[in-house]
Design a protein around this ligand. Structure first.
Ligand code: F0G
Length: 353
């Protein structure tokens, strides 16, 4: 299909699209699958990166949101609501604006990356900050949506999962087959559920499927620990979630595929974040780096074998979270606006290298 036609038009036969579904789009989907030259050599695998941060609002949420908002329009809804750690709110706000309906987004006060907050505000959403976390926000949304006739566009809405499964289709098309391993961050666990559904639907029933490796942040690793976390904490605010709604879907994906759900520490996430930017030229938000941190960990543990083909899903754009970016150990050299000063600096710099 032509670039920019969007996933509703491209995959209408595989999505809940009827004659009455408006084929809205902001050009979501059709994201690049980029080979990671250096990381592949360093890890002795063939590592591909699925750049979901190149979607219209900078995250994978757009694939699911376009379906959820189209179905809300089809059902005659005039407003949508979501709880969010930030990306869902940005995406809901954009697609609601596109559709000409209202979006109400509930975010944890002070715990959402700056770029995401800016997006929700600029797209014109009704932004509500609560003195609580994502899990509490989602509980409020479930409690009140019906009373006010609001369509819930969190991933508990099956239309979100339907849209997000299309990324698995694209990976299979790009590689010409299933990867050996699919590595993905896990927060509310909708996306790992969606990818697995996508692989199962798209791949031949008797052929190979990827092992699904999902990675939670250590301070928010409810599935790994086996119980909800009342006060989840991680630098990766996108996955700061203590009671994932699609818990069962994540466990099912891991078990049915011969994969696993594991946890990575904030230190491992930040190391992968910097390595992706400096060694591959790819700037992602911290939650997205959890997939690559997980690949590194799983490779060391022998859970990924030498030579295997691995796809890591990079869920969100690095520009979303400038605060984390500016805390990386790098400095700005301030100089007078003089050729001499700059010449000295360049001389020292290039001698070092
Ligand atoms: N990566 C990013 C960048 C995210 O924003 C999220 C979830 C995930 C990974 C995890 O995906 O929840 O399907 O397991 N963000 C949601 C939000 C919760 O509100 O934006 P998941």
């Amino acid at each position: 299909a032509r670039r920019g036609t969007g996933i509703l038009a491209r995959y209408r036969d595989r999505l809940p699209v009827t004659a009455a579904t408006p084929l809205i789009t902001l050009g979501e989907g059709d994201t690049p699958l980029v080979f990671a030259e250096r990381l592949s050599a360093e890890l002795d695998v063939a590592l591909y990166l699925k750049l979901e941060g190149l979607n219209p609002t900078g995250s994978f949420k757009d694939r699911g949101m376009v379906v959820a908002v189209a179905k809300a329009l089809e059902a005659g809804r005039r407003a949508v609501i979501a709880a969010s750690t930030g990306n869902t709110s940005a995406s809901a706000a954009a697609y609601a604006a596109r559709a000409g309906i209202r979006a109400v987004v509930i975010v944890p006060e002070g715990k959402i990356a700056l770029g995401k907050l800016a997006q929700a505000l600029v797209y014109g959403a009704d932004v509500v900050a609560i003195a609580g976390n994502f899990d509490q926000g989602l509980r409020l949304v479930r409690e009140l949506a019906d009373r006010f006739g609001l369509a819930i566009v969190n991933s508990i809405n099956p239309d979100r999962i339907e849209g997000q499964k299309t990324a698995a289709f694209e990976i299979v098309d790009a590689l010409g087959r299933a990867p050996d391993v699919l590595a993905i961050p896990v927060g509310n666990a909708g996306n790992i559920t969606a990818y697995w559904k996508g692989f199962v639907e798209y791949l031949p029933p008797d052929g190979p499927r990827p092992r699904m490796l999902g990675f939670e942040a250590e301070g928010a690793a409810a599935i790994v620990r086996g119980h909800p976390i009342a006060e989840p904490e991680t630098i990766a605010t996108a996955i700061r979630i203590g009671n994932p709604a699609s818990w069962a879907g994540a466990v099912q994906a891991a078990e049915a595929s011969g994969g696993a759900i594991d946890a990575v520490s904030d230190a491992e996430i930040l190391a992968a974040y910097e390595r992706l930017a400096r060694r591959e030229g790819i700037f992602v938000e911290p939650a997205s780096a959890a997939s690559v941190a997980g690949v590194i960990k799983a490779r060391r543990a022998g859970r990924i074998r030498p030579g295997e083909t691995v796809v890591a899903v990079l869920t969100g754009n690095g520009l979303k979270d400038p605060d984390t970016a500016l805390k990386t150990p790098a400095e700005i050299r301030t100089l007078p606006a003089e050729a001499g000063a700059l010449a000295d600096h360049l001389g020292a710099l290039l001698k070092e290298a």
